[in-house]
Design a protein around this ligand. Structure first.
Ligand SMILES: Cc1cc2nc3c(=O)[nH]c(=O)nc-3n(C[C@H](O)[C@H](O)[C@H](O)COP(=O)(O)OP(=O)(O)OC[C@H]3O[C@@H](n4cnc5c(N)ncnc54)[C@H](O)[C@@H]3O)c2cc1C
Length: 388
């Protein structure tokens, strides 16, 4: 595996690093404080082709590799993990339309997703539970003539209210268990579709997380994404890419925490003329933090290489677990090294820590996903244990 960046990849990294330092970082605190959706920033990022990066040229995309996307997300997250989270969620949902959509669906939605005119969102979690959704999904889609009528609600949906198109998961056949759950493309202006409560969150406050209400929401039957019962494949496709994007966001924000800490410990005099940087345990902690960030970064790049065998690839999920746990640990260590100042809003570390914990809680549910990965690695069925 070759991790030396090509000239083009170095250019992508540099472009978004500069954009992040000059345009995102200066407003990151305001985005967080006021829970502001970073509309203008996303618009400018669209001009830098960030939404086009993975989509094929036939739909206005650049058809680049997933690693290129991760390079950009990492740099963006150094400025604001909220911005990176909006981007990752939209890109992953767009990718589902690319992977499972009909030609008509792809032609209709992908060009405006590629040029950033429209954002996408993936709506799976419900008030009755998100982790065990294969059992608990209660949103129903019933075929009525040439359309499906969808009723139910979703919670914690990223980009809610800002996205133009939503992939909504709903049960089409209650008798078939997970095989009776399907996905639908729902446009934001569809009658019967509305946005409910917007959550006030611990972190990632710039990425709106809200309720979707579906009240006799009628969509043409051509809006089904993939085939009836395809939801597991679609959720894995969305999760795979969103996980890699979230892992890159975790790496980016942890790198920002490490950089901030290095600057601080070199400036903070403890017993003159010694600074914190002259103390052994501080030096060792900086080393531990750097190893953790680097490991998560390269593990994430490796996780998006094409799998050796087709099928459900658990590697992006494994990389996301490592990166998200790492970001909580590294941002926590950063706060410790800053002492009392680390807990104040005078430094961005408390924001990084809150964003890291919130990123950990973003889908898929991490404790649940560990058990699913274990099942894949062991080759045992994904469902509950066999009964006598
Ligand atoms: C910032 C953020 C963004 C989000 N964005 C989206 C989005 O765009 N789309 C979307 O559909 N959802 C989104 N979610 C929701 C997320 O998918 C759910 O929060 C998640 O699936 C867990 O569901 P829950 O909150 O209902 O927790 P519950 O299902 O009630 O679970 C609570 C805890 O118990 C654990 N748990 C539950 N059952 C098991 C089990 N059987 N084995 C092991 N552990 C278990 C879970 O992992 C979790 O930690 C977002 C959440 C956050 C915080």
């Amino acid at each position: 595996m070759d991790f030396i960046l090509s000239e083009e990849q170095q250019m992508i990294k540099k472009t978004f690093a500069e954009y992040s330092v000059n345009e995102i970082a200066p407003v990151a605190e305001e985005i967080d404080n006021k829970s502001l959706f970073p509309r203008e920033i996303l618009k400018k990022m669209a001009e830098l082709d960030i939404f086009a990066i993975l989509l094929p040229p036939a739909f206005g995309g650049l058809g680049r590799q997933r690693v290129d996307f991760l390079l950009a997300v990492e740099e963006i997250a150094k400025g604001s993990a909220s911005v990176a989270a909006c981007l990752s969620a939209s890109t992953a949902a767009s990718f589902c339309i690319l992977a499972f959509g009909t030609d008509e669906q792809k032609n209709k939605y992908l060009p405006s997703l590629a040029n950033g005119e429209m954002l996408a969102s993936f709506a799976l979690a419900e008030p009755g539970g998100g982790a065990n959704w294969t059992q608990t999904t209660s949103t129903r889609a019933v075929l009525d003539g040439d359309s499906y009528v969808i009723n139910g609600s979703k919670v914690f949906i990223s980009n809610a209210g800002e996205a133009g198109v939503y992939i909504v998961v709903a049960r089409t056949d209650p008798a078939k268990g997970p095989g009776g759950i399907s996905a639908f493309i729902v446009e934001k202006d569809t009658p019967g579709f509305s946005i409910g409560t917007v959550e006030k969150k611990l972190g990632l406050r710039g990425d709106p997380t809200a309720e979707l209400l579906l009240d006799n929401c009628r969509v043409p039957k051509q809006n089904m994404l993939g085939q009836e019962g395809d939801v597991m494949k679609i959720a894995f496709a969305n999760g795979g890419l969103d996980c890699a994007g979230q892992a890159a966001a975790a790496v980016g924000l942890a790198q920002a925490a490490l950089d901030e800490t290095k600057t601080y410990v070199k400036e903070r005099t403890v017993v003159a003329p010694s600074t914190l940087a002259n103390i052994d345990v501080v030096q060792s902690t900086i080393t531990e933090m750097a190893i953790a960030v680097e490991s998560a970064r390269y593990y994430n790049y490796g996780s998006v290489m094409p799998p050796e065998k087709p099928g459900m690839d658990p590697r992006p999920l494994m990389a996301a677990i490592q990166a998200k746990e790492m970001a909580i640990d590294v941002t926590g260590k950063a706060i410790t090294l800053l002492g009392g100042y680390g807990c104040t809003i005078d430094f961005p570390l408390e924001r990084y820590f809150r964003d890291a914990k919130t990123l950990f809680m973003a889908p898929p549910a991490m404790t649940m996903i560990k058990s699913i990965i274990g099942k894949i690695l062991l080759g045992v069925p994904l469902g509950p244990p066999p009964k006598k």
